[in-house]
Design a protein around this ligand. Structure first.
Ligand code: RB5
Length: 147
């Protein structure tokens, strides 16, 4: 898969671990930064990653900050993005099945490294259910972008 990743200074460590894991698993990873632990602004990096997903340059985007909240809010401001903040694998599974989420957000201060890896694996390996009721709800939530 083509996967975009991004973080702020509060999650640089996890972003590097994630990049290494995904590349070893054969994914094509585009790293939108940040590239060190110097203080920075999470919307800059989350938005760049989200735009690449919205433009179909990446299949999925994964964004990480201290809590995961800032990057998830930022990503969801980009039209076409459904970014889910997950702290455990069940939410990652259900957001793919029900919301067809195209981005995943996590918090380095919130979850452990192994939990991050498990959440990412579940997210990337769970297909959208394609159930009519879920598609109807997704259509309604995406229509909110036009209001
Ligand atoms: C950075 O200090 C911190 O605010 C950020 O990583 C994130 O937790 C924001 O939601």
């Amino acid at each position: 898969m083509n996967i975009g990743i991004a973080c702020d200074h509060g999650a640089f460590e996890y972003k590097e671990i994630l990049k290494d894991m995904l590349q070893k698993e054969g994914h094509m990873v585009t790293d939108f930064g940040t590239y060190d632990t110097n203080s920075c602004d999470y919307p800059d990096f989350a938005a760049a990653c989200a735009k690449s997903v919205a433009q179909k340059k990446n299949d999925f985007g994964i964004v990480i900050c201290g809590t995961g909240i800032g990057v998830s809010i930022s990503a969801n401001k980009v039209h076409g993005i459904r970014c889910a903040l997950c702290s455990e694998p069940l939410s990652a599974k259900l957001t793919r099945e029900h919301n067809n989420a195209n981005m995943l957000a996590m918090g380095q201060r919130i979850i452990g490294e192994e939990m991050m890896k498990e959440i990412v694996h579940v997210f990337l390996n769970t297909p959208f259910s394609k159930d009519e009721r879920h598609q109807r709800r997704i259509d309604k939530l995406m229509a909110l972008e036009n209001e």
